[in-house]
Design a protein. Structure first.
Length: 283
């Protein structure tokens, strides 16, 4: 049985008080309870403060380009669908540069777990507005306030019939741990948007701001009702729901590819002679 110390990586370089610290600890706790050893999963990340996440863990890691987390995670998953593949991104990284990849990953329903550290700002590059920044927010690059409407990733995911859609809060770690475990054990693409205060550059969406608004989704709520899920996803403002908003049991992408359906690609026999014969055709 693994312990939290088994996942220890480098010392984090986040700002004191950053919500990423609690996400990191909660993730470790979830993996301990799931009994996952460090070699049994791979984390893919992009660029940003959230992109540093796997640096501070002991696991298989691929740190790629800004917004290109999901294509790499998809390649790893298709190469070895016995491997648990986790993607970690920030709101700018995932919903901005990576927005097109997100839509198609949800559409394909590849069995990847995506955890988005959503601090509603670009933290690594010093405080520019991100797609989830609130309309009117004043930043260094938007001195007259953000003019665009903020993106609602939960509503987008439900609209695209994403297999698992949830929202957590970095200030409610026990609840967040449950969501992480649910996402990992769910069969299908899972999006968990984690509200994560940025104590340095976002002075609006603070811990206190969230605590005055977030509430646990009611136990009687049915996350398999897509119409009700869309209504729940649209809630934002004075009340912000956290929990599983929507889920379904669609066929995953890996099961539709007959070549790898039964045997992972990495375990299939390889005959170099076949490639040599093919290459001879081009001589």
């Amino acid at each position: 049985m693994p312990s939290s110390d088994d996942y220890k990586g480098r010392n984090p370089a986040w700002c004191p008080g950053c919500g990423n610290f609690s996400i990191l600890k909660t993730f470790k706790d979830a993996m301990v309870e799931l009994g996952r050893e460090p070699h049994q999963f791979t984390i893919v990340s992009g660029i940003g403060q959230a992109g540093k996440f796997p640096h501070y863990l002991k696991c298989n890691t691929f740190n790629g380009l800004h917004g290109r987390t999901l294509p790499v995670a998809t390649g790893i998953r298709l190469s070895n669908h016995d491997m648990l593949v986790i993607a970690v991104a920030g709101d700018g990284d995932c919903y901005g540069e990576g927005g097109n990849h997100l839509m198609h990953a949800m559409r394909r329903n590849i069995n990847i777990k995506l955890f988005v550290h959503d601090n509603q700002i670009y933290g690594l590059t010093k405080g520019q507005a991100s797609p989830t920044s609130m309309e009117g927010m004043v930043t260094k690059n938007q001195p007259f306030g953000v003019l665009s409407a903020e993106l609602n990733p939960m509503a987008l995911a439900v609209a695209l019939d994403c297999s698992f859609v949830a929202r957590g809060f970095a200030g409610d770690t026990e609840h967040l741990k449950g969501l992480i475990k649910e996402a990992i054990t769910h069969k299908g693409f899972a999006l968990v948007d984690i509200l994560q205060p940025c104590v340095t550059f976002n002075k609006i969406n603070t811990y206190e701001w969230y605590r005055q608004r977030v509430y646990h989704i009611e136990p009687e709520y049915n996350p398999e009702d897509r119409i009700e899920a869309f209504k729940k996803a649209l809630e934002w403002g004075d009340r912000i729901p956290i929990g599983i908003i929507y889920k379904n049991n669609r066929l995953i992408f890996e099961e539709r590819i007959l070549v790898i359906k039964d045997i992972p690609l990495v375990r299939q026999p390889f005959d170099i002679a076949k490639i040599e014969n093919t290459l001879k055709e081009f001589y």
